[in-house]
Write a protein that binds this ligand. Structure first.
Ligand SMILES: *Cc1c(COP(=O)(O)O)cnc(C)c1O
Length: 237
């Protein structure tokens, strides 16, 4: 596709989505749109930037760092979210490259993040990912362990948890998953709820999503992940 065409399509998609998000929003709420640019070329991200988008999501540390490091020089107000699983050996890079890490889901990772935050002085905002469908292949803390995990992130590791994130099972009505996450956030006094993707963001917003993560509906179909790799989300790659 020619550059002009990419720009036009991405700008039009963003405009349409902003209107749908505003229409679905609860009174007084203004859910934030995270443009999920994983596997998309820099051209596509630049088209979104030109259309006023500043908040992006990537699901791999190296890809996010490589793509957004150079872009941040021209666009210092970019806000980058890590929405894919984080291995402890990539914590240093993740803390350096991302403003928000949405996928905190196990004690070892909490420990590694706390150590890196203390070492680097950088404080990415943190969300706990909850595996609301308790799917064995999917990242996220199991629902039965989530309350204790959130408490231990705060009390044992001294982490400031800002909210929760989930990726409902693909083959189920997402409503009960969104309701469960919203309820859990309320119990813990957490303000941020990252839930809802291209196919279900309006439902998520009705259940109180403060952030929706949208890829396909902005950029079109993703070029496929390199062979032999896995996004690890269990969600659509
Ligand atoms: C890819 C991805 C999205 C975006 O999905 P779309 O269906 O393309 O909108 C959202 N959240 C996570 C965690 C993802 O991995």
């Amino acid at each position: 596709m020619a550059d002009q065409e990419i720009r036009h399509d991405v700008a039009a998609a963003l405009e349409g989505l902003r209107a749908r998000i505003a229409a679905a929003a609860l009174p007084g709420a203004a859910p934030k749109l995270i443009a999920v640019s994983k596997f998309q070329p820099v051209d596509a991200v630049e088209a979104a930037l030109a259309a006023g988008q500043r908040v992006f999501g990537e699901n791999r540390v190296q890809e996010g760092k490589a793509k957004f490091g150079p872009l941040r020089e021209d666009w210092p107000d970019i806000e980058l979210h890590l929405i894919g699983p984080l291995q402890t050996n990539k914590v240093r890079d993740a803390v350096a490259a991302f403003d928000v890490i949405q996928t905190l889901d196990r004690p070892r990772l909490a420990e590694a993040l706390a150590a890196e935050i203390a070492r680097s002085g950088r404080r990415p905002r943190l969300l706990v990912q909850v595996n609301t469908g308790d799917e064995p292949q999917k990242a996220g803390v199991p629902t039965g362990e989530a309350d204790a995990f959130i408490e231990s992130c705060r009390a044992e590791h001294g982490l400031a948890i800002e909210g929760l994130m989930c990726i409902p099972p693909v083959d189920e009505d997402p409503s009960m998953h969104f309701a469960l996450l919203a309820d859990m956030a309320r119990r813990h006094g957490l303000d941020v709820l990252s839930m809802g993707m291209s196919a279900d963001f309006e439902t998520a917003i009705r259940f109180g999503a403060t952030h929706v993560r949208i890829g396909t509906a902005i950029f079109g179909d993703r070029p496929h992940a390199p062979a032999g790799t896995d996004t690890g989300t269990g969600g659509p790659a």
